[in-house]
Design a protein. Structure first.
Length: 268
């Protein structure tokens, strides 16, 4: 608390003498001598005004810190809601990923490094591609990265390509409240976009164009993208096109092949 505030409190208490309240000299172990007063309808002498001022300041600081913590919590909840991570996978973390093969260990190392370096990755737009067989942990590890980035207070969006394409196509309907550009921007501007199920959709020219618009838009804005696909490396390149692959691999972007046996088949 500032000296001026403490003096104001002390002056206020000193005014009590004008009303002929009982007073007596007193000593504070911390702040030394002060004048104590007996307030009306009170059976105890007043305490040190400097101590009182410090206590009030401490309460104000505690209340401010609590309001700030609540605001940060609300913002984190907003970021999590905006990420739209499916409930089934919401608890996936990098730490809970079980790497039971050498390939899985390498993928885990890449994921950890990606999170650790995300501050710089976010500036450079370096992307990741997880491709390979079903049930190998691609979605688990991708959402583990997404959750870690969310914890860093960055904006994340998780979406399947099918839903992203549907969102954009819906703007073509007469009377749509959203333009095509606005729909595309929902996927272009988050700090990290996780594109799931690349290759599951039919792959029409319109769908491929929309997918390229998203990938290219993020490339131009230097925004990192994490692509998940069950396709093999070569098939993925054929599906999304070499231009998209090149953009995803630029500035240190990496492709990780998940070529081990399915976790789900092993658990069966």
């Amino acid at each position: 608390m500032a000296d001026s505030e403490i003096k104001t409190i002390g002056k206020g208490l000193g005014m009590m003498g004008r009303f002929n309240f009982p007073q007596q000299p007193a000593t504070c172990e911390t702040h030394g001598a002060f004048t104590a007063y007996m307030y009306p309808n009170c059976d105890a002498w007043s305490t040190c005004p400097t101590c009182l001022g410090e206590e009030q300041e401490a309460r104000r600081q505690a209340e401010f810190s609590e309001r700030r913590r609540e605001a940060e919590l609300q913002e984190q909840r907003r970021l999590i809601a905006a990420a739209e991570i499916p409930l089934r996978f919401a608890d996936r973390t990098i730490e809970s990923f079980v790497a039971h093969t050498e390939g899985a260990k390498r993928a885990l190392t890449v994921a950890r490094s990606y999170v650790q370096d995300f501050e710089e990755i976010r500036k450079e737009g370096a992307s990741l591609i997880f491709c390979g067989g079903v049930g190998t942990g691609k979605t688990h590890l991708a959402i583990g990265i997404a959750n870690a980035v969310l914890d860093m207070k960055f904006r994340v969006r998780f979406v399947s390509v099918m839903n992203a394409v549907r969102t954009v196509k819906e703007t073509y309907n007469k009377g749509s409240d959203e333009t095509e550009r606005e729909a595309l921007n929902e996927f272009i501007y988050p700090d990290l976009l996780v594109l799931d199920e690349v290759g599951v959709q039919f792959g029409s020219d319109t769908e491929k164009m929309i997918l390229f618009e998203i990938i290219n838009g993020r490339y131009e804005q230097m925004k990192p993208t994490l692509v998940i696909s069950n396709l093999a490396k070569e098939a993925l390149g054929e599906f999304i096109g070499e231009r998209s692959i090149d953009r995803l691999r630029e500035n240190g972007g990496r492709l990780v092949v998940f070529d081990w046996a399915s976790y789900r088949r092993q658990a069966a």
